[in-house]
Every structure is written in C-alpha cells, then in structure tokens.
Design a protein around this ligand. Structure first.
Ligand code: MTE
Length: 302
C-alpha cells in the first residue's frame, strides 16, 4: 500500500506541523454505551469452524485505517474522538426501495450472527477474526435491486473533523474511501456487513459502527465506517485501484499464484504466531465462492 518511503516523507511533514497528537482511546464500556444499539450484541454463535481467533488485543491495535494515519498503531491512538452514536446509512441507485436508515433500525430487520473467518491483508499478514454481523444479501433483499443493478459501491463517511487525514494535504489518498463488489459477490452468503467483533460492537479503529467483510478478498476491500451504499450499472472505481492501478485492482481476490508487483503473495505472516504459512487460493473459501470466477483469467483478479 503506502510505501515506507512515502511514509517517511509524510511523517516528517506531520511532525514539522505538529499534527497527530495522541488522543487517549475510549474505554470499551464507554464505547458500548455510545454505540447506536447501546447494548451488548445479541447474535447466533458460529459453530461451523475450528479456526482459533487472533488475540483481541492484536486485532484492535494493529490496524489499517488511513483516515487516522498510516501507522498500524495510529487508528487506535487517534480515533478516541470518533463517537458514532447515531449513524444513518443512505442506500440508493438502481433499487426499488432506496432508503436512508438509522443503523439501529436496520439492525431490527436482519439476523446478527457470528462468523469466524480468516482475514488476509494484501501486505501478506493475516488474522482470524470472530465477526458479528449480518449477510449483505439480507440488506439487498430489503432494497430490491432493479435489473440495471450490476455492482454495489460503498463509501466511508467523509468528515474531516472525525478523520484527521481527510483534511491533510499530505495523505496522498483521494478520500472518502470507496470500495465495490459485483452484485453476485455481494449476494454470496459469506459476504457480511459487520457491526461487531469478539462479541462486542466494533471499536472505532476497526471501522465502527459498520464495515464490509469479504473473507476471500484482500483486507483493503473490507471498507470501514460505511455511510453510503449505492447499486450501480457500471463498475465502481475503488480507492486503491484509483490510487495505483498497476498494483491494486477491483477484485482483490486472495491468490498465492498472483504476486503483488513488489512482493510475493505465496505465504503470509500470521499475527500472534511465529513464522509464515502458505496462503490459500481465495483464502481457503474456493468451495463457497469459486463459481463466481469461472472462465475468468485468475491472474487479472488482483
Ligand atoms: N476502510 C477505510 N475507510 N479506510 C482504510 O484505510 N483500510 C483497509 C480496510 N478498510 C481501510 C479500510 C485495509 S488496507 C485493511 S487491511 C483493513 O481495512 C484492515 O482492517 P482492520 O484494521 O480491522 O484489521
């Protein structure tokens, strides 16, 4: 993603400006009281897997959320003033029932469940996360896409008062962060909109209050703090594809045989464990999602 050299130059500029002072993180209890749903999550446990989750303290402190900075520790350290208390999501485009809905109301119409999934970042590290969320296809059924809808576009909240990097001249990223899926990918039962992890509402650094989870794709597709969902007839241009099309594509499918132009994707560093393990095609979910890519050139799905 951002190269160490970019980071070095940008860091120097931030320091020169005195930007990036540490804000103390919120206590989890305080945050739970401030979430739109304000109470511990009620969900169906995942009994389908033997995957052992990554330590919660690792998953909530080693993050990518460039709206707060480029360091892995920036999202936790700098998101203390992000309080997503009431959160509206706009759903529009090629649908029969467009809506602007409070997250707390949306959650009354869907089934919250836990899914313990592997998560593989394009930077070649991985974790196992016990998500709490609902299948995106439940939301799709509520808004009823029309026959022109072929893609789903997601946009993160744009609010430079909350996300300091959105007003930084040096971020190098064209915010707000945008991601997209084909409608059939979005409709696959594995695709979730997550509102929690480890049985609790999402913390700011993990994309509170709602984010995308697509376990067979690289982590950059898992867009955080989603405010807008649009159904489109044309393929959306996602943030990293726009930023650097040579290195990042629309699909972002995990594939050990398709190297990133600057590193191999054949193996991954498992956070919290020693050594590396081989990366699996489609992150191990080929049985569930392989049909989506039949007849397509695998090497083009990065
Ligand atoms: N969403 C937004 N809005 N901004 C980001 O910078 N980073 C992505 C993704 N979602 C990102 C984002 C990347 S590169 C990864 S690997 C995952 O979030 C990281 O999720 P995590 O911090 O919960 O592990």
């Amino acid at each position: 993603m951002i190269t160490p050299q970019d980071l070095f130059l940008q860091r120097r500029k931030f320091l020169a400006l005195g930007v990036g002072a540490m804000v103390s993180p919120l206590l989890i209890d305080e945050l739970m009281a401030q979430t739109p749903y304000g109470k511990p999550l009620d969900y169906l446990k995942d009994s389908n897997t033997s995957l052992k989750p990554t330590r919660e303290s690792d998953a909530t402190s080693y993050n990518n959320f460039y709206e707060f900075g480029f360091g892995k520790d920036d999202p936790k350290a700098k998101s203390g003033s992000f309080h997503p208390t009431s959160w509206k999501i706009q759903i529009s485009g090629e649908v029969q029932n467009p809506m602007s809905i409070e997250l707390s109301d949306l959650l009354k119409s869907v089934k919250l469940q836990e899914r313990i999934y592997r998560m593989r970042c394009v930077e070649a590290w991985s974790m196992i996360i016990p998500w709490v969320g609902f299948e995106l296809r439940e939301l799709i059924a509520l808004v009823k896409p029309n026959s022109k809808a072929k893609y789903v576009k997601f946009t993160t909240l744009y609010d430079p008062n909350v996300f300091p990097m959105q007003k930084s001249l040096f971020s190098g990223i064209d915010f707000p962060y945008v991601e997209g899926l084909r409608l059939d990918e979005a409709s696959n039962p594995l695709t979730l909109l997550a509102v929690g992890m480890y049985g609790k509402p999402l913390l700011p650094q993990n994309g509170a209050p709602i984010r995308l989870v697509v376990p067979w794709k690289y982590g950059f597709k898992y867009i955080k703090s989603i405010e807008k969902i649009e159904f489109t007839s044309t393929q959306p241009l996602s943030t990293w594809e726009k930023q650097n099309p040579r290195e990042y594509g629309f699909y972002g499918n995990v594939d050990p045989q398709t190297p990133h132009p600057r590193w191999s994707q054949a193996s991954e560093r498992v956070i919290g464990e020693r050594g590396r393990k081989p990366t699996l095609y489609l992150n191990g979910y080929e049985k569930e999602v392989g049909y989506l890519y039949e007849g397509m050139d695998r090497s083009k799905l990065y």
